[in-house]
Ligand binder design. Sequence first.
Ligand SMILES: Cc1ncc(C[n+]2csc(CCOP(=O)(O)OP(=O)(O)O)c2C)c(N)n1
Ligand SMILES: [Mg+2]
Length: 273
Amino acid sequence: MDTKEKALNIRLSILKMLTKAGSGHTGGSMDLADIFAVLYFKHLNYNIDNQYDEDRDRVVLSIGHTAPVLYATLAEAGFFPKEELLTLRDFGSRLQGHPSKDFNLPGVETSAGSLGQGLSIALGMALAAKMDNKKHRIYCIMGDGELQEGSVWEAAMAAAHHKPDNLCAVVDRNRLQIDGDTENVMSLEPLNAKWKSFGWYVIDIDGHNHNQIDAAFSKAKLIKDKPVLVIANTVMGKGVKSIENNCKWHGKVPDKQQLYSFIEELYKQYCVS
Ligand SMILES: Cc1ncc(C[n+]2csc(CCOP(=O)(O)OP(=O)(O)O)c2C)c(N)n1
Ligand SMILES: [Mg+2]
């Protein structure tokens, strides 16, 4: 199955699980589907029969509110049955609204939800791997609004100092956060130059173009003595025109009627692409 079909399945799962749950975050989850499809099905090193293998690559989802894209991808990869996706946000479910390590869901490497923490956690994992002479890689997925947290820049500075070339961070640059355009709320640009000046190797891509995503993760593996940041330019809600690029969909979910039409739209789009 190619990564386009994986991304379609991930988006379908996201919409179904969020509609069933009745609450959660659609916009960011949908726009990360292409990145997750390429990451998990072309680059990430994991053993589905030994899910806690200590040599596995780790994904730290720093923007915990986009948990649905992580859960949908993990189920797609076979970490747990797809039926469990429909327990999202149920009391006691392993699929908490924001990922929680306490619930022992395979593939969830860290709890998240409080923005700005993930890069520090990922850096710790990357340095630990180096100390242990391990070859696995650490990926950290951040939001663009999340970059307004000061702790991100402390981690960025520490990473540049310690030079973990097994660390690859991704920014979901959808240019939106809860309150609107990131550049109006608290501007991030020039984003590429900021990270470069902190000592990172920076790659800008279209976060929906599978070739570009693939090439970025491949390139990141070749960079020595620097952490890598991929700025993935995305469209919030990607895949469903009526919700795309609208920050109201940051934390809104479809109702049943919308779910049917959104699913139809996704299938149609997939068939013509
Ligand atoms: C420390 C902290 N402050 C505020 C929030 C509330 N919050 C959750 S998501 C979000 C917006 C983050 O924007 P972005 O990273 O761009 O995510 P997107 O809206 O694109 O999904 C905010 C402010 C939080 N979870 N943690
Ligand atoms: Mg954003």
